[in-house]
Write a protein that binds this ligand. Structure first.
Ligand SMILES: NC(=O)c1ccc[n+]([C@@H]2O[C@H](COP(=O)([O-])OP(=O)(O)OC[C@H]3O[C@@H](n4cnc5c(N)ncnc54)[C@H](OP(=O)(O)O)[C@@H]3O)[C@@H](O)[C@H]2O)c1
Length: 159
């Protein structure tokens, strides 16, 4: 199953100028523990923004350029990624283009909502529609102004 993992503000903002809007250690730790040992799937812009492969995880990068992405396996289409993963779970970690690309394939969403005043953003997470995704968890952060949501796709629902 494919799972999406993102941190957004209340307007769905993901980033600006190819950088994250917020960094909270509690959220980073949650991201690490969710994804460790699993394949992570990202767009070329997100790879560049991180600047290195994520350790302990198989890094799969989507790009149609001829650029090198050290430490990552590069794919030029969604279909190639899905064929490569086969039955294995994978975590789609952004950014906006890649969340949109895999939206219909995602069975689960781990969404950190930062409850601070939204900042200016130029990349956004798609709206999570309650008729399509059921919220099964919403845990307030202990050490950060965050809500940790988990959504599961309702059976046979697209969108
Ligand atoms: N808050 C969060 O949780 C979070 C997580 C991740 C990223 N972000 C933020 O999101 C922003 C980046 O998002 P973005 O949407 O601009 O970029 P992105 O999704 O990271 O990467 C876009 C790139 O992916 C490749 N791509 C897209 N569709 C493709 C397809 N169908 N087949 C093959 N390759 C494809 C293209 O690479 P080529 O141009 O190389 O062909 C495209 O330029 C940054 O601000 C980043 O900080 C936030």
């Amino acid at each position: 199953m494919l799972k999406l993992v993102a941190a957004v503000d209340r307007r769905g903002g993901l980033g600006k100028d190819n950088q994250l809007l917020y960094r909270f250690e509690e959220d980073m730790a949650r991201f690490r523990s969710l994804t460790m040992g699993r394949p992570v799937i990202m767009g070329s812009k997100t790879y560049r923004s991180i600047g290195r492969p994520l350790p302990g995880r198989e890094n799969l990068v989507l790009s149609q350029s001829q650029e090198a992405f050290p430490g990552a396996r590069v794919f030029s289409s969604k279909e190639d990624v899905l064929a490569y993963l086969g039955d294995r779970d994978g975590f789609v970690i952004g950014g906006e283009q890649i969340f949109r690309l895999f939206w219909e394939d995602a069975g689960e969403i781990f969404l950190t909502e930062v409850t601070l005043e939204p900042r200016e953003a130029d990349a956004f997470f798609p709206p999570v529609r309650p008729e399509v995704f059921e919220e099964v968890e919403c845990i307030p952060g202990k050490a950060s102004p965050c809500l940790f949501h988990r959504y599961v796709r309702r059976r046979d629902k697209s969108g």
